[in-house]
Ligand binder design. Structure first.
Ligand SMILES: *Cc1c(COP(=O)(O)O)cnc(C)c1O
Length: 345
């Protein structure tokens, strides 16, 4: 069997939620957008709910509706994109709470679903989603009279603790929300690590739950093992892969492994990427193909049946560095072709 195995350790996922929760004295929610960062919203959200998460965040109403089917009644499900045209029936039927981003969304919401829960997303400088300070000043009175469940904003630079943007956004958030009496949320994973000033009433970690930076103490959630299809000897001067991109400088043993860019292992990682065969680090050689990658196993004894791309030996962030991207993109790119196994629930 050449299918690669993607193991998701739900016990470690739960441990990461517990560890992030222990860093604050307020409620810890869970962000499970994009199919729980590509790891499977159904098992991930169930495990997090069992661990004690009572509030979940998704990006889209459609994701929220799926999550409601998974979790049943009870947990709060907040939707970052707010109340878009066409969302009304799903928001109502799945009992989702939109985070309203503009005056237009506010009007749409109170007209279409009077009395239905909502939160408000405020823009404190990131200029992505949420009401600007002047917009909020004009609307604040009306919005507060409708009893929002949450006032939230998002930090642009929380993964850089020394960035002046953090304190700046914190101050704007305080000015916009002080004295409202409404629960507040500013911190995602990075914000939790910035300390208690950033915690307010609820934190919203995503990447830290799934084992990625900036939560450096995160436990490994994802392991990706890829079968070796074939092993060959190449002589000095021979080339490997499309475009003859890699030339053996000395005799080498090359393993062809059964995953490629169609599985989310992006081509850009080729020149700087490694995999692990037991204790040996093996360089990726030649271009990453759609379904295959060549690795130099000259330093490995015997014939490995498989190699590890992600796991305790190589984090999503190490792989991301090799590909010039971030752990978030590595996780959410992992394709549908793997044998996905959820363990340790
Ligand atoms: C994705 C997202 C989060 C979670 O961020 P992480 O960096 O993954 O912890 C929190 N809040 C908002 C608004 C987001 O878009």
């Amino acid at each position: 069997m050449a299918q690669a195995r993607l193991s998701i350790d739900l016990g470690e996922l739960r441990a990461n939620w517990r560890a992030l929760n222990a860093l604050t004295s307020t409620e810890t929610a869970a962000v499970v957008k994009a199919d729980a960062y590509g790891l499977g919203i159904d098992p991930a959200a169930k495990a997090l709910a069992e661990e004690g998460a009572r509030t979940f965040f998704v990006a889209l109403t459609e994701e929220g509706a799926e999550l409601r089917r998974v979790l049943g009644d009870g947990p709060t499900i907040n939707v970052f994109s707010g109340h878009m045209e066409g969302d009304t029936a799903l928001l109502r039927d799945a009992q989702l709470t939109p985070m309203l981003n503009s005056i237009d969304q506010m009007l749409r919401h109170v007209e279409a679903l009077p009395g239905h829960a909502f939160g408000v997303q405020l823009d404190t400088g990131m200029n992505r989603l949420g009401m600007e300070p002047d917009e909020w000043a004009a609307l604040r009175h009306v919005a507060l009279s409708q009893n929002p469940t949450l006032l939230m904003s998002h930090l642009a630079c929380a993964d850089e603790p020394d960035h002046t943007m953090n304190a700046q956004q914190l101050q704007v958030f305080q000015e916009m929300t002080e004295g409202t009496g409404v629960p507040r949320s500013l911190a995602a994973t990075g914000g939790i690590l910035l300390g208690p000033d950033y915690h307010f009433d609820m934190t919203r970690p995503g990447i830290g739950l799934y084992g990625g930076l900036p939560f450096a103490e995160a436990r490994t959630v994802v392991t990706l093992d890829i079968p070796v299809i074939q092993i060959r000897e190449v002589a000095a001067g021979e080339t490997v892969g499309y475009g003859n991109n890699w030339t053996a400088q000395a005799p080498a043993r090359i393993a062809t492994i059964a995953a490629g860019y169609a599985d989310g292992l992006i081509r850009a990682m080729g020149p700087d990427g490694f995999v692990w065969a037991g204790d040996s680090r093996c360089k990726i050689v030649g271009r990453v193909s759609m379904d295959m990658i060549g690795v130099d196993i000259s330093g490995v004894e015997g014939e490995p049946d498989s190699v590890q791309m992600l796991g305790d030996r190589q984090s999503v962030d190490t792989l991301a560095d090799a590909a010039g991207t971030i752990g978030y993109e590595i996780l959410t790119s992992l394709g549908a072709r793997y044998d996905r196994v959820h363990t340790g629930g």
